[in-house]
Design a protein. Structure first.
Length: 78
């Protein structure tokens, strides 16, 4: 089973683009897009192991300007 997750991010005003670019540099991030409602950004994380997935989540959470995250995790068949 391959871990797959979506991280919904609330960030400081004016930092959406900077955070999207930093997120795209994190290993296992499949994509990052700006949003326009309750959350500012959505990031999809796909990895080959739970350890790699957890590492990506940890790296995302320390990006400067992120105020809050909500992560939904699932698993898909390899």
């Amino acid at each position: 089973m391959i871990p797959v997750g979506f991280m919904f991010i609330q960030c400081k005003q004016g930092l959406q683009e900077e955070i999207v670019q930093k997120a795209k540099g994190v290993q296992s991030v499949a994509y990052a897009y700006k949003l326009d409602k309750a959350y500012d950004i959505v990031v999809k994380i796909e990895s080959n192991s739970v350890q790699e997935f957890a590492s990506a989540i940890s790296k995302m959470r320390v990006i400067n300007g992120i105020l809050n995250t909500d992560t939904m995790i699932g698993f898909k068949e390899s």
